[in-house]
Write a protein that binds this ligand. Structure first.
Ligand code: GDP
Ligand code: IMO
Ligand code: MG
Length: 427
């Protein structure tokens, strides 16, 4: 299996870090590649009871012998990159190698400023972004006012690009947002101060990955964010600014779609969401509180509480479709122990009409009410189970029901945060 994609099937935080780490340690993976987003992500890995979080770095950096790659589709905050690398290296000196695409866009110091003031001006309509400058950096990319990693190696070009990028932004900051204008020289000076450390990490990663695939090496693409946060296929405008679906992997890494062999969607056995936007199965009662508490549903990047709700099979089917999923990895099944009945959303009712598929318009999705089927629950603690047959029969039925409703086979099930707390259902 030379090229494998792992991505989020819901609204993020499904356990992509754990799934990536699991494959990186059980199979021989040569490269782990991030292709979208930036340090808005927070991926957790638990190794021998010790917890690690990555944001901008691919989790493969924690696997010695594995090369971690930041692809061209990522937006890179260089100080964050160094900070994360140093913090991880302090705890695990034997980190894998890191390579950064010369074509990745840079999050400049003014991008988080604009992210935050824009949110403030939106008031009640704010998106609840991570405030990391992700949207403004991607905005500059498509507006052709962005800075790419390679631009940092040409001082003259860099100064010209920063000046062009700030021309309108400074007018906006000063005249609309009542903020101080940003000085071109200060930005250029800051970015240039990173060059000596950055330069040796930078390469043509598209060429490198395609050559690796030609040699039959294995490349794992580690998705960030998720299908429902995808800028095209998510709950727009309550989305991130990148292509988080499988298609985004090709543009974000510079590999063709014919090279991808397997696409694994990571999905929680229930649903969570951070930030604003519609969420049909969201719970505001004691069940929601219990999911939040038992699931430890607090964001890894921003420390915000995650909103919680039941499993949504309409979303699972949608994610299977838009990503062409070959497998699902169902995480956090252990959190559902001790409910007599577990509701699962099988369809939506929208203005009196049943919808089995994701509705076409934003307005319809905002009006969607879940149609629930009640599945029998189980009481046993399943966190020690290590094979599918170890699970209580109702937990097995829950997994089978999720598989049938999504139309995609479930490859593995998570019963705890640890690497070892995983059951393989279909090899
Ligand atoms: P990611 O962004 O998709 O990588 O996911 P996050 O790391 O943001 O959030 C997932 C959380 O669930 C982390 O705290 C993981 O350690 C934890 N986790 C992952 N899989 C499981 C599981 O099967 N059971 C439990 N209880 N926790 C899990
Ligand atoms: P991982 O990879 C969950 C959400 C933010 C906000 C919206 C836009 O850990 O699953 P942005 O800062 O990207 O412009 O914010 O997207 N968001 C995530 N939610 N997990 C993530 O990443 C997220 N990355 C962005 O909360 O609602
Ligand atoms: Mg996360």
């Amino acid at each position: 299996m030379p090229a494998i994609v792992i991505l989020g099937a819901q609204w993020g935080d499904e356990g992509k870090g754990k799934a990536t780490d699991l494959l990186a340690t059980t199979e021989t993976i040569d490269y782990v590649v991030r292709t979208s987003g930036g340090h808005n992500a927070g991926h957790t890995i638990v190794i021998d009871g010790e917890k690690f979080a990555t944001h901008l770095l691919p989790t493969g950096i924690l696997t010695p012998g594995c090369t971690a790659v930041i692809g061209n589709g990522v937006v890179v905050s260089v100080p964050q990159l160094f900070k994360e690398l140093d913090a991880l290296r302090e705890r695990r000196p034997e980190l894998g190698e890191l390579v950064v695409s010369a074509s990745a866009h840079v999050i400049a110091p003014y991008h988080p400023t604009i992210d935050k003031v824009t949110e403030r001006f939106l008031g009640n309509n704010k998106l609840g972004t991570t405030g990391r400058g992700i949207g403004p950096a991607y905005g500059d990319k498509v507006n052709r006012l962005g800075l790419r990693v390679a631009d940092l190696f040409d001082e003259k070009i860099l100064a010209e690009k920063v000046e062009a990028s700030l021309e309108v932004k400074n007018q906006l900051l000063a005249k609309v947002y009542n903020r101080r204008a940003v000085e071109v020289d200060a930005v250029v000076e800051e970015l240039l101060s990173y060059v000596d450390r950055l330069r040796p990490l930078v390469a043509d990663t598209s060429l490198m990955l395609n050559q690796a695939l030609d040699r039959g090496e294995t490349v794992l693409f580690e998705g960030a964010q998720a299908t429902m946060l995808d800028v095209d296929h998510g709950t727009y405008p309550f989305v991130t600014s990148s292509s988080a679906i499988a298609g985004g992997v090709c543009t974000g890494a510079g590999v063709g779609p014919t090279r991808i062999d397997r696409v694994i969607g990571v999905i929680k056995a229930y649903t969570t969401r951070v930030g604003s936007g519609p969420f049909p199965t969201e719970l505001f009662d004691a069940d929601g509180e219990k999911l939040w508490k038992v699931g430890g549903e607090v964001g890894v990047s921003t420390g915000r509480d995650r909103r919680c709700g039941w499993y949504d099979a309409v979303i699972a089917r949608y994610a299977s479709r838009v990503n062409g999923l070959t497998d699902l990895f169902l995480t956090k099944l252990d959190v559902l122990s001790s409910w007599e009945k577990v509701p699962v959303c099988v369809a939506y009712e929208i203005d009196g009409v049943r919808h089995d598929e994701m509705p076409m318009t934003q307005t319809e999705f905002h009006h969607a009410k879940p149609v629930y089927e009640l599945l029998d629950g189980w009481w046993e603690d399943i966190s020690g189970c290590r094979s599918f047959a170890d699970l209580p029969v109702n937990a097995q039925r829950y997994v089978q029901a999720c598989e049938e409703m999504s139309g995609t086979r479930i490859w593995g099930v998570g019963v705890g945060p640890g690497r070892e707390q995983t059951l393989v259902v279909h090899d």
